[in-house]
Design a binder for this molecule. Sequence first.
Ligand code: 9MR
Length: 375
Amino acid sequence: MTTQPPHPSRSASHLLPRGEKGFSRRTILAAPLALAACDRFASAEPSPPNVPPLKSIAPAPFGTAIKASQIDDPDWVALARANVSQLTPEWEMKMEYILADGLERPNFDRSDRIAAFAQAEGMAMHGHTLIWYAQGKEAFAGLSGAAFDRAFDGYIAAVAGRYRGKVRSWDVVNEPILDDGSGMRDCHWSARYGQDGYILRAFEKARIADPDAILFLNEYNQESVPAKGAQFLKLVERLLKAGCPLQGLGLQSHLWIDIPEGVIAAYMREISQFGLPIHVSELDCTLRTENRLDMRSQADRIAAQGARVTELASAFAALPRAQQFAFTVWGLRDTDSWYRQGDKDDGRDKPLPFDSFGRPNPIAAAIAAGFKTPA
Ligand code: 9MR
C-alpha cells in the first residue's frame, strides 16, 4: 500500500467546524516545508496548457462541485458555463446544512438556489448526498424505534421528493466502507438497521420518492486501495442480490500522486463488470504526500499527477457508452478545493483543472489526454 494523503473521512476532520477541516496536524506542519525546500531552485511557472472546453471533449456530461456562493462569482460562472454540463452541490444538499436547525426546520434555500441555477443554465444536477455515516447524528439524537424510522424515511421522502424532476441522479448512500477495506462502517444508521440494512432501506425510500432518478452508491479510494475496492464490489453484489434498486456506482477519485501505475485502470475494468453506469464523482488529485522526506520538485509532482489523472480519464473513456454516466471534478479552480481552505492552505497545492485565475492547469490537459486515448 502506498502512503496516502490525508482524507477528511479518514480523520473524521470533516466533522470539525468549517474552516477547521482538512489535514492531519503532521501534514499541516510538514507539507509546506517540504514543498518550499524542494522548490527553492525551481524556475518560474510554465505557461498554462491549451485545453479545449472540458465539456466539449468529455465522452459524457462533465460536472463540477458547486457551492451556492459561487453563483455570485462571475469568474466562476463563466468558467462553469464554458466547461461543465452538470453540477453536484458540494455540501449544501447534505444533512449538515439541510438539518442545521433540526429535523423540523429543514433549510432548502441553498440547494433550491443551486437547482434553479442549474435549470437556468441548462445544466444537469446530481444530488449529493442523502445518507452518510458522517452526518445526521445530532439531528437524529434522542430518536429511537418508530420515531427514528419516521424521521429517516421522512427525510429521504422530503429531500428526494423536493428535487424530483430537477436532479438526474442521487448519491443515496455515501462512503459505507471502512478505510482499510476490512469491512463496513458502523454508524448511527447501521446501529438501527444493520450494516447493509440502512443502505437497502435508503435506496428503497429514494426509489419511492423519485422513481426517475438514477440511484448511486458513492465511495472513495476504491480505485486506489485494492482492499477497499474489493470490499465495495462485494457490497454491490450483495445489494443487487437483495433486490436493491442500486443503479449506478460512484467512484469519487480523490487521487494522489503515488498511486501505483495500472491500479486505477484495472479497477475500472473490474467495476464495469456489473454493467451499471459509472460516475467519476469527485475527481481531484493532491500534490501533497504525508512523507516528510519527500523532496520531489513541484514539476515532478505535477508529472506524477498527470499520469494518474490521464489513466483515470482514459479508463473512463474506454467504458461502454451506456456506462459513462458523468465525469465530475470536485471544484474548478485550485482555490475552490477543500484542500485549499482555511489555515491549512499551503498556497501550493494544485488539485483541480484550473488555477486561481481560471487558467487551465496541467491536470486539465491530463484529463483531455485521457479522454482522447481510451485504454
Ligand atoms: O468538499 C466538501 C467540503 O466542502 C465539506 O465541508 C465536506 C463535509 O461536508 O465535504 C467535502 O466533500 C466530500 C464529499 O461530500 C464526500 N467525499 C469526500 C469529499 C471531500 O472531503
